[in-house]
Write a protein that binds this ligand. Structure first.
Ligand SMILES: [Ca+2]
Ligand SMILES: [Ca+2]
Ligand SMILES: [Ca+2]
Length: 451
């Protein structure tokens, strides 16, 4: 006899604690031991339950009798898993929303990918559920990802609001889903780590009208952090963009009339800071530090570039072909490695109330005569000259702006600065919520109005 056969033949003699080979009929209902039971469907020993009369993981029966400790992760249930205590996929779920008929389950919606934790079917609260059935709005938290919320909002009629819980941080391994329907995303300063979103990939693409993105922190996008590639009326405000390879915000091929700002802060971009090729876009009150390329670039008509601080870019403001009728007002453009403002061919602009200082090349490079007007600007220490082909303009101030401390990038004006009350009144509100449009006898030159 083969020695192995001898061993197997002997094992059943030891009683019900045996394993292997012989028929399970020796131990009906698999209750032979106290440590592991045999699964009646698969014959495998997977169930750690010590008290059961039910079937084990991998079964195909309804789980309504399943009261043991063995959580059923079986995805093949034909029942609706109403009594499951685990987190199975609810295979009966065919809707695009949460499964409101399944009031007690905690299943993942196999269609939308939503994880359902809200058992409040009345849902009159403003609570923490991923989807508020009153408003259709979404909350990104431990139960719902930002990507899933975007997908759900895209496919749900109407304009939803996605609110991101402060506890959430996002790590991308691919770009976020494109936004294809009007939506508002309200962050809490949450970091979206884009490091592994894919080489040259844009991390969030907007292809819809009137999208609002606010208060998110995009880190290390390998392409453009936010790309607007269709629609109009989108606004990106109060976001931070750190260490992206290409532009923080970039609009191309969209209808236009988008608003970039206020309150975006861009640091460490390898290439351009904020870019538009979309007519009527506005770049308002952004701060851009130390980009490797242009700080603010427009190559579209009727663009407004107002109230921005740009520090240490190549050209702080660059107007490319097609940048007709650009308004460059109330910006502070300092420490540019080339020009404060460079106006290339086929571009026209009005340059008013800007501080342009410490440019390595020129303050304003009007290489093709595109500067239509140029008034009330302050120039200081532009190495290659304050202007090229245009004059400094009427009411120009050519003096130290007297910032509080440019060494620490504090570009507020000292009270003795000649920029104070030296701007032209352009009919825009430069003092925010305070009464009237400016403090003192006139607007200040530069991006900040001094009280
Ligand atoms: Ca929607
Ligand atoms: Ca005001
Ligand atoms: Ca003033």
């Amino acid at each position: 006899m083969n020695p192995l056969h001898l061993v197997i033949a002997i094992i059943p003699l030891w009683g019900c604690g045996w394993i292997g080979y012989e028929s399970v009929d020796h131990c009906p209902n698999s209750e032979c031991d106290t440590t592991s039971d045999v699964d009646t469907a698969t014959g495998s020993y997977t169930e750690p339950d010590t008290t059961d009369s039910q079937r084990a993981a991998g079964d195909t029966a309804s789980d309504t009798a399943d009261t043991g400790a063995a959580t059923d992760f079986d995805g093949t249930d034909s029942a609706s898993s109403m009594s499951d205590t685990g987190t199975p996929t609810d295979s009966s779920d065919t809707g695009t929303g949460l499964d409101t008929s399944d009031t007690s389950d905690t299943a993942t919606d196999s269609v939308s990918g939503d994880t359902e934790t809200d058992t409040d079917t009345a849902d009159s609260d403003s609570g923490f559920e991923p989807v508020d059935s009153d408003t259709g709005d979404y909350r990104v938290d431990s139960a719902m990802t930002l990507a899933d919320a975007i997908i759900a909002a895209n496919t749900t009629p109407g304009a939803q609001v996605i609110t991101v819980d402060p506890s959430v941080s996002v790590t991308l391994t691919a770009p976020l889903p494109d936004i294809t329907d009007t939506v508002t995303i309200i962050g809490a300063g949450n970091t979206i780590d884009c490091t592994d979103a894919g080489n040259n990939k844009n991390c969030l693409t907007i292809k819809a009208d009137n999208v609002l993105i606010t208060n998110l922190d995009f880190f290390a996008c390998p392409g453009r952090s936010i790309q607007i590639s269709a629609g109009s009326g989108t606004q990106v405000r109060d976001c931070t963009f750190r260490d992206s390879v290409d532009a923080a915000i970039h609009c191309i091929l969209a209808t236009g009339n988008n608003i970039m700002g206020p309150g975006n802060v861009v640091t460490g971009v390898t290439d351009r800071g904020i870019v538009t090729y979309c007519d009527g876009d506005q770049m308002l009150q952004n701060t851009v530090y130390a980009t490797g390329g242009y700080g603010l670039l427009s190559s579209a008509a009727n663009v407004k570039i107002i109230g921005n601080l740009v520090v240490g870019a190549a050209d702080a403001v660059y107007l490319g072909n097609g940048a007709d009728a650009t308004a460059i007002w109330h910006n502070t453009l300092v420490k540019s490695s080339t020009n404060g403002i460079l106006v290339s061919a086929s571009a026209t602009c009005d340059i008013w109330n800007n501080i342009i200082a410490w440019s390595t090349v020129r303050g304003i490079g009007d290489n093709f005569g595109g500067v239509l007007s140029n008034n009330n600007n302050l120039f200081f220490n532009n190495t290659g000259g304050d202007t090229f082909t245009c004059s400094p303009g009427a009411q120009a101030v050519q003096a130290d702006p007297l910032f509080v401390d440019e060494g620490t990038d504090n570009y507020q004006l000292q009270t003795t600065s000649l920029a104070i009350d030296a701007g032209a009144d352009l009919g825009i509100d430069v003092n925010g919520a305070s009464p009237d449009f400016f403090f003192g006898s006139a607007p200040d030159i530069g991006y900040l109005e001094t009280r």
